[in-house]
Design a protein around this ligand. Structure first.
Ligand SMILES: [Zn+2]
Length: 495
């Protein structure tokens, strides 16, 4: 596939984003029946006549799901419909045995909202077109092919446990004016949304488990023009990092098509995490293809204004206000705060501070030890196997003098490798700093005796030469000594 360089693409074209995020709600039961929604159960053990679409079964709306939908809509500054209906979206696919999905079409529960995303000191306002309720489909597993897709597979397996799990689909209006920052804005928006949904406590928002899924729409138009170009929809991009990468790739791919005089095809595309490219999926259907019609088996949803106001009172702090608050509380410089936001570490740091660490130490560990491992593994920060509580415990061990910063890195390694709590890793790997003064004194003596020339330098006033002796002592102590104490001992002995 030919692509243009990112710089060339941006010199000629203006990207316009559109993001569709599907959120699985964390209700105990499904959208229209009482089946459990617990993730990871044996296939087809959480099903009934309703979510299998058996003849004669009738759906009933889950009130908790409607409540969550309204709270999401309110948190995104949407208008909440006084009256709305469900619709049938008709299409055949084996993971949806009714041959239609119960969704909302022209009457979404929440519409016309907005939110804000901060990036590198700039604020981008994102318009929200709608947030509507629907049911999830089952899951198909295509076995035997090289790609895991149906094409080339020997056979397919179906699991209907997910069929009927409540979903909210949140659709943005076209996001314009982001220029070269489009990929980062896309990532920042999904990150903000994830944090907001978590604060609302309406979903597990685990991208790798599929409870938060993002489809990224992108089109290009020549710079200086205002008509929207033809868009593609990249499906099910399953990490925050992939959102950014997929948008970036599509910009360079579409730019190459347009620059060669071609036309972008309106289609869905698949994102390939390993190769970092998108490939053509199916040509994109229009709404007419689905033959939407109002669902006759369900009564309309008409939330009273009193209820809506009660729910408004339960909203968490808006993300933008939260950022302002924590950056004041933590006293980070503007640059430090930017790094924290772009690493998606705000919540992790907040939780680490709540567990007793200082803001600066929490920032340091999340942005160095944890971020490095997340990058190496190609995962998001929160998917690294260490909790804010454990990071705070490691910092506490440093402050108590049990370990130093260097040893702390080994503790991170051990905790992330699953060797236990920070204290257990320190014990098992024998990492604690030796406070045995006799052992330290012996090591100091040895370093002094072995390096008479350095000792002479120190005696003649070049105190910085002590660094070499400290290094020698630390080596003898396998790093398990307090460097400041070692320095003190050396200078005492020589002076
Ligand atoms: Zn069911």
């Amino acid at each position: 596939m030919t692509v243009l360089s990112y710089e060339e693409a941006l010199a000629a074209y203006d990207p316009v984003l559109g993001l569709e995020v599907h959120v699985e709600l964390n209700t105990i039961s499904k959208m229209f029946c009482g089946c459990s929604t617990t993730f990871g159960a044996e296939p087809n053990t959480q099903v009934c006549a309703v979510c299998l679409g058996l003849p004669g079964s009738l759906p009933v709306v889950n009130a908790k799901a409607v409540e969550s939908a309204i709270r999401i809509g309110l948190a995104l500054n949407c208008t909440i419909a006084e009256w709305c209906r469900f619709s049938r979206k008709n299409y055949f696919y084996p993971d949806m045995p009714k041959n239609y999905q119960i969704s909302q079409y022209d009457e979404p529960i929440a519409y016309d909202g907005w939110t804000e995303v901060g990036l590198d000191g700039q604020t981008f306002r994102i318009g929200i077109e709608r947030a509507h309720m629907e049911e999830d489909t089952g899951k198909s597993l295509h076995v035997g092919g090289a790609t895991g897709r149906i094409h080339g597979a020997d056979y397919s397996l179906l699991d209907y446990n997910r069929s009927g799990v409540p979903l909210i689909e949140i659709v943005t209006k076209p996001v314009e004016g982001t220029g070269a920052k489009a990929p980062e804005v896309a990532r920042a928006y999904v990150t903000m949304l994830r944090d907001l949904l978590r604060a609302l406590d309406v979903s597990d928002v685990r991208m790798e488990q599929g409870s938060l899924r993002c489809d990224a729409n992108l089109s290009l138009r020549p710079i200086g023009t205002s008509t929207l170009g033809t868009r593609t929809e990249t499906k099910n991009v399953n990490s925050l990092r992939s959102v950014e990468r997929a948008v970036r790739y599509e910009i360079t791919r579409q730019a190459a098509v347009l620059a060669a005089g071609g036309r972008v095809t309106q289609e869905t595309r698949h994102w390939h995490e390993d190769s970092g490219v998108t490939t053509s999926g199916r040509s994109k259907e229009t709404a007419e293809d689905y033959r939407y019609f109002p669902e006759p088996d369900l009564v309309p949803v008409a939330p009273s204004r009193e209820w809506v106001e009660e729910l408004r009172a339960t909203l968490p702090e808006p993300p933008a206000a939260k950022l302002q608050r924590v950056s004041a509380e933590w006293a980070f410089s503007e640059l430090e705060m930017r790094d924290v936001v772009s690493a998606g570490a705000v919540n992790a740091i907040e939780a680490t501070v709540a567990a007793g660490a200082s803001p600066q130490s929490a920032r340091k560990w999340w942005l160095t030890e944890v971020a490095r491992r997340a990058n190496e593994a190609g995962v998001d920060l929160e998917d690294v196997r260490i909790s804010p509580q454990q990071v705070a415990e490691i910092q506490a061990l440093v402050e108590k003098g049990t370990i130093n910063d260097k040893l702390a890195r080994q503790v991170f390694e051990g905790v992330i490798a699953g060797e236990g709590s920070p204290a257990e890793v320190v014990a098992a790997r024998d990492l604690a700093i030796v406070s045995d003064e006799a052992a330290l004194a012996a090591a100091v003596n040895e370093a002094i005796n072995a390096n008479p020339d350095i000792v002479d330098k120190i005696k003649s006033g070049k105190v910085q030469a002590a660094g070499a002796l400290i290094g020698s002592v630390m080596k003898q102590m396998r790093g398990q000594a307090d460097a400041a104490r070692v320095r003190e001992l050396i200078l005492e002995k020589i002076g």
